[in-house]
Design a protein around this ligand. Structure first.
Ligand code: HEM
Length: 400
């Protein structure tokens, strides 16, 4: 498999590429989308104008991955349709069902609880006198919040986190190579666990999101049993690793730019703007995909029908045609129309929750520890297994 083409080097399986993909995006920002041999011929869509054009045009660029009839339906969804991988009208139906649980107003009601959980995690950090942002805060907080929303008992969080991490790391497997056995074990465990939870809510409904979805399913059959299970699993996966990595990538960016950290400490009202900047500067979701439904000319490149488009959100967010000094972290940046949360009909439904959790977590760290700084500023940080979901394994900081 060649990933070289002129000056472009694109190899998401190379740890050095994963540690810093940004210089490799630059040649892709300089001209029309190129076709690289990635998993087969793939159109590399990186420029801001091309990325937004594709994501806004769901009529010609489908989110439905064409299926190979010879391949088994592996993975946590077992082939069931999810919101993320469907087009209208299915997408419209699935999204409408859950929209009301994710409105900014509904999410704001969670604020006191998220503050309480964050304070409790940071109390433990203070007692220990040392901080690993990932271990002590970023890994724990999002899984606690989403699990509470779903009505899962807190003694299950660690198991959950393990399942979800293993399933997500599965996408680090080279195409054509079988997925590791632990991927299948964890994916099956996750599905069986939720199938049982759904069954128990059917008998004993509660005030949680799973019960609300079960009720919607039973009232109108608008969601099939398979879709219901796939959606709950999607929420757990999408709501977990992404926000974890917003907190981790954001704190690394601040650690490397201490003057920006100081600015944020002095002006806490900048925190929401800083969150947008962390999303733009080093986003947790590097890329997504779309598939042409018909022949299309995209930014000067002719694409046939059924072409695979690799949409590099994180490259668009560094496009100098859209952002002044794109490689500079600027927590006061405005406007900041990044695409880290997507664009168009699939725009992240969890955005209000991610923004709230990110603001509370990062705002609390910066305020609570005035001497916060990287423990080893010159160390190259270690990234977790996935390229698509970019996040750190560990991030040690000094608090005194
Ligand atoms: C910083 C954290 C997050 C980032 C960077 C992020 C990023 C994204 C992106 C880029 C998309 C669009 C993908 C595409 O168009 O192919 C998306 C969709 C989605 N996200 Fe998020 N997300 C985050 C947090 C969350 C949270 C907390 C939840 C749920 C609790 C969530 C649930 C979803 C769902 C269900 C979709 C599919 C929406 C649709 O297809 O209509 N995300 N997210």
């Amino acid at each position: 498999m060649s990933k070289q083409n002129d000056a472009v080097y694109f190899n998401p399986w190379d740890p050095a590429f994963r540690a810093n993909p940004y210089p490799h995006y630059k040649p892709l920002l300089e001209g029309p989308p190129r076709i690289l041999d990635l998993f087969g011929p793939t159109a590399m869509v990186a420029r801001y104008a091309d990325v937004t054009a594709v994501l806004r045009d769901h009529a010609r660029f489908s989110a439905v991955r064409p299926r190979d009839p010879n391949m088994p339906d592996e993975g946590p969804f077992k082939g069931a349709i999810t919101m993320l991988t469907s087009d209208p009208p299915i997408h419209t139906r699935l999204r409408r069902l859950v929209s009301r649980d994710f409105t900014p107003r509904r999410i704001r009601e969670l604020e006191p609880r998220i503050r309480e959980l964050t304070a409790r995690l940071l109390d433990a950090v203070e007692r220990k006198g040392e901080l690993d942002v990932m271990r002590d805060l970023a890994n724990a907080l999002p899984v606690m919040v989403i699990a509470e929303m779903l009505g899962i008992p807190s003694d299950q969080y660690a198991t959950f986190k393990h399942w979800s991490d293993t399933v997500i790391t599965g996408d680090n497997t080279l195409p054509g190579t079988p997925l590791p056995p632990e991927f299948h074990e964890c994916s099956d465990a996750l599905r069986s666990y939720f199938a049982a939870e759904i069954e128990s809510r059917r008998k004993n409904p509660g005030p949680d999101l799973i019960s609300a979805l079960v009720a919607a399913h039973e009232e109108s059959e608008v969601m099939s049993a398979d879709e219901l299970l796939a959606f709950v699993v999607l929420l757990l996966l999408a709501g977990n690793e992404t926000t974890t990595n917003l907190i981790g990538n954001g704190m690394l960016a601040l650690g490397r730019n201490p003057e920006q950290m100081e600015l944020l400490r002095r002006s806490p009202e900048l925190v929401p703007r800083a969150i947008e900047e962390f999303l733009r500067y080093d986003g947790p979701v590097q890329s997504t995909a779309r598939f042409t439904k018909e022949p299309v000319n995209l930014g000067g490149t002719e694409l046939p029908a059924n072409a695979v488009c690799f949409i590099i959100l994180a490259a668009a967010n560094r496009d100098p045609a859209q952002f002044r000094n794109p490689d500079r972290l600027d927590v006061t940046r405005e406007p900041n129309d990044h695409v880290a949360l997507g664009e168009g009909i699939h725009f992240c439904i969890g955005a209000p929750l991610a923004r709230l959790e990110g603001s509370i977590a990062i705002g609390s760290l910066v305020q609570r520890f005035p001497n916060l700084r990287l423990k080893r500023p010159d160390e190259t940080p270690v990234y977790k297994g996935s390229y698509f979901l970019r996040g750190l394994d560990s991030l040690r900081m000094l608090i005194e």
